[in-house]
Every structure is written in C-alpha cells, then in structure tokens.
Ligand binder design. Structure first.
Ligand code: NAP
Ligand code: MG
Length: 477
C-alpha cells in the first residue's frame, strides 16, 4: 500500500492544511492500492505564494544554472526509472513492459530534449536596433491527465523549468503516484525552494483555484475538451495565457500502394497500445473501400494479437484506468452496435477469463464517418474502420472531424504520403512511422491551441519583450 499524504510546497514536504484523503484503486484488481491527500484552496494559496516568491530569483538565473539543475534531475530520474514504471502500472494499468518502457522513456526523452534545446535556445535576438527578449511568463499552473501520466508532466515541467518559470503541478487523482515520485526526484536534484510545487486533489477544487488565482500567469492544461473550456472561462477574467492540449479522433490513412495486410494489422494493434487511451491514437483507420474485405481480415488479426490481462504479466494490454472509463467505453460499444456498425472483433463486456479489473475487449468496427463512434473520442481499445473511394476522399474524411490533433499516413510512394500529410488539418502527422521528440505536438480545432515538445514547448512559457533602440546605429562620420 502506498501512502502519499504530503504535498510539495516551497521546497518541503508539508501536510495539507485541512486533512482529507482518498483511496486510489488499482484498475487491474479493483482493490485499493494506496491513499493520497486531497488539497484545499488554502493549500493552493500556499503553493502559489511560494511560486511567486521564487519567481523573482529563478527567472533571473542563467542558462548554465538551469542546465545544471536539469542535469541533476536527469541523473535522479535515471536512478528511479524502475520505481516510476511500477507506479505507472499500479496507478493506471499500463503493462509493465510499457510502463517501464515507453511511459518512463517518454519522460526521459522529453527531459533530454529540454536539456539539448536549452543549450542553444535563443532567448535574445537583435534585428536592426531592436532587441527581442524572451522572458519567462511567471507562475504557471500545470494540470495533467492520467493517460500518459509521466509524459504529460514531462512536457510541461521541464520546459517550464528550462525557461525560468515557477510552477504548481496538479496531477490527476487517477494517477497520482508517478507525479509524487517525480516531485521526490525534483527535490533530490536540489531545485530551489518554491520553483516547483505540487498539490494533489480534485480538479474542481485545486484546478479551479489555480485557474482563477490572480497570481497565476499561465495555465497549461492537458485533458478533456469540457474541462479545457471551463479552465479557459475561469482564466479569462484574469487574462491569463491558457494552453490547451485536448482530445482527438485521428485518422490513420493506409494508402492503396501500402502493404495493406501488414499496415492494417499494425495500425489496429498500435491504436490499442495503452488500452487505446492516447489522445493522438489513430482511432479512425481509413482504408480503400475496394479492399475492405482484406482490411477486415487484417484488422481482426491485429486486434486478436493483442493479449489482454494482468499488467504485471507479459501482456500487450492491461485494463483501462477506471470503472468510469470502462463504463464510457462499454456505452460506445453498445452505441456502435445500435447504430448498425459492423462488429469485426471484440464487443461488449470483459474478455473471456477476466472477471475482475477494468478490462475491455480489443474491438474493431466498420462504420462511416458520420456515426457517433466515427466522430467522438472513445478513449479505449475501440478502432473504427472507414472505407474511402480515392485519395481526395480519404483526405476529406480525415478532415471531417471536430478535432485536429494527429494523423498517420502509410504508403509506398513517399511523395504521395507527403502530399496527403500536407493536406491534413491537424497539428502532427506521422508519415510511415515517423517519430521525433523535437517535433511540435498539439492540435488544430477542438484539439487545442498549445504546442508542446522540443523548442516549441519553450515558447509556451515565454513572453516576448521588444527593446527598441537597444542598439542604435553608430553615428555617421
Ligand atoms: P480531464 O477529466 O479533463 O482531467 C484532466 C485534468 O484536469 C485532471 O487533473 C483533472 O483533475 C483536472 N480537472 C478536472 N476538472 C477541472 C476543472 N474544473 N478545473 C481545472 N482542472 C480540472 O481529462 P482526463 O479524463 O484525465 O484525460 C482524458 C482526456 O485528455 C482525453 O480527452 C484525451 O484526449 C485528453 N488528452 C490530450 C492530450 C494532448 O496532448 N492533446 C494528451 C493526453 C490526453 P481530476 O484529478 O479531478 O480528474
Ligand atoms: Mg476525466
């Protein structure tokens, strides 16, 4: 049993002002795995005051000083990777290989990237007589979701530190353990008091207190559209910067010249990684209509290859995060059936042999883009396949979505893949498996307005100041 009852404020582990706790449920067993404290508005006041006080000195540190701190965090992070992976498996059900692998690896990848970017980032540029200075925006509230818990924190905390901001992190109640370990890492690395603070608790209490707080300059939020909108409304009277990283229903386009069987099977299995709980999942698989039978067989094979079970064993997929998430996904599966979508594999209920834990069957439907399951983000291992007539039709379907987060294009002709990728109205497109920590990540349309990762993530935390006449032309003669 884990017990994380203290918050990290002003460089110390402190008790909540009003004691209140909640149990955390292990989604694989439905049993209590530990307890955390739930903070109050008074804890937020303390944390914001600490961050405000620390800002005056941290914002003036040199690049070298901040690099030293990030390198110290990196050494501690390396040391505690195993613990982080175990915590992620326990809190949100990622299989051990995924938790210790990609989950923890995304965190270290973003940390290494922030370090590299900081080494050469241009905080000042002179154009003519004008000096443009990029300055840290101030006190930042970082509000994160449970689905890739370390990734979501890493893409906010490390660039915020690197740019000289101070911060208050509000981790998700459903996945609070890895955040707690990261706070320990940051403490052990010697980050100055008040620069990084963490308060656990509910979004409605802690998140609202942060979004409305006059001393918070910026909010970086990753999560659902409804909460993103609420935060923006709460932040509007204070004219805060609000960066939103929201949901998606991204298209994975398999072009006609691709190896269809192989790519469809891989896409089906791939979207089910992390139980399909990935904002950028390719959850709409677009295949040539003329080859739908072949695609169905391949998708069935791909989904059937996804082994489901105890995340501590050697499986491809664990449970989904919570009972609420399980119920939401089941509702979508029922909806798919009642809407008349063709069920290829999976369906309602738990997989055979699993009668405890929030396990969902890897499920594939064939449908059209105008159905509810074709349009809404399901956030579970439920793939919808949609047939297209020609490439223009594929692009039209891909773009016919309220979201615009990601996209995937696979095909044999690189020029054609690139041309299709250019036409997608989304913030991030992976062509034939491309992946890059330096590429900006974020959405068009209802997928948000922020850009994280690499040097793009730095700009989120920076204000731009113009100093005109800074370098006047030398007097003639
Ligand atoms: P969520 O319900 O929106 O919660 C996200 C965070 O916001 C949690 O920490 C939550 O606290 C907090 N929160 C809840 N209500 C709040 C309020 N009124 N004010 C301020 N904060 C509040 O999202 P989720 O269910 O955890 O995550 C799933 C969603 O995230 C999906 O839509 C997914 O697509 C999206 N996502 C997007 C990206 C991206 O980069 N674009 C990445 C990952 C996930 P609690 O602890 O109380 O829940
Ligand atoms: Mg939620």
């Amino acid at each position: 049993m884990r017990e994380y009852l203290k918050f990290y404020i002003d460089g110390q582990w402190v008790d909540p002002i009003e004691p209140k706790t909640t149990n955390i449920i292990n989604p694989a067993t439905e049993e209590v795995s530990g307890t955390i404290s739930l903070g109050s508005v008074a804890d937020v006041e303390k944390a914001v005051a600490a961050a405000r006080k620390a800002f005056s000195s941290w914002s003036k540190t040199s690049r070298e000083e901040r690099l030293k701190v990030l390198l110290a965090i990196q050494a501690e992070y390396e040391r505690r990777q195993q613990e982080l992976g175990e915590a992620i498996t326990e809190e949100m059900g990622a299989p051990s290989a995924l938790g210790n692998g990609f989950h923890v690896g995304l965190g270290s990848g973003h940390l290494a990237t922030a370090i590299e970017v900081l080494k050469t980032f241009e905080f000042e540029t002179l154009r003519g007589a004008t000096l443009t200075v990029k300055e840290p925006i101030g006190v930042c509230a970082l509000i994160t979701p449970w689905n890739w818990p370390m990734n979501q924190i890493a893409v906010k905390v490390f660039p915020a530190l690197a740019t000289g901001c101070t911060m208050i992190l509000k981790p998700p109640q459903l996945a609070p353990y890895s955040a707690q370990i990261l706070a320990e890492i940051i403490h052990a690395a010697g980050v100055p008091a008040g620069v990084f603070n963490m308060v656990q608790g509910s979004g409605s209490v802690i998140g609202t207190a942060l979004s409305t707080h006059p001393e918070v300059d910026m909010i970086s939020f990753t999560g659902s559209e409804s909460v993103g909108v609420e935060i923006a409304k709460n932040a509007a009277p204070g004219v805060k910067r609000v960066c939103q990283e929201l949901g998606g229903k991204s298209a994975h386009i398999v072009l006609d010249d691709a190896n269809l069987a192989q790519n469809v099977a891989a896409a089906a299995g791939g979207m089910m990684v992390n139980s399909g709980q990935t904002c950028s999942a390719g959850s709409r698989l677009l295949v040539p209509l003329s080859r739908m039978d072949e695609a169905i067989a391949a998708a069935r094979q791909g989904a059937e290859g996804v082994t489901v079970g105890d995340p501590k064993s050697n499986v491809a997929m664990g449970p989904v995060v919570s009972k609420g998430q399980y119920n939401d996904i089941q509702r979508y599966i029922e909806l798919g059936l009642s809407e008349g979508a063709k069920l290829v594999v999976g369906g309602p209920g738990r997989p055979d042999g699993l009668d405890k834990g929030y396990y969902v069957k890897p499920t594939v439907f064939v449908t059209t883009n105008d159905t509810t399951i074709g349009r809404e983000e399901i956030f579970g291992p439920v793939l919808v396949m949609i047939g297209y007539d020609d490439i223009d039709h594929a692009v039209e379907i891909a773009n016919d979505s309220p979201f615009g987060l990601a996209g995937y294009v696979v095909g044999a002709d690189a020029a054609q893949c690139n041309a299709v990728a250019r036409q997608l109205r989304t913030g991030w497109v992976s062509i034939n498996g491309g992946f890059d920590f330096n590429a900006a990540f974020g959405g068009y349309k209802k997928s948000g307005n922020g850009r994280e990762w690499g040097e793009f993530g730095f700009h989120e935390y920076l204000e731009t100041k113009s100093l005109l006449g800074y370098a006047p032309a030398p007097a003639a003669g």
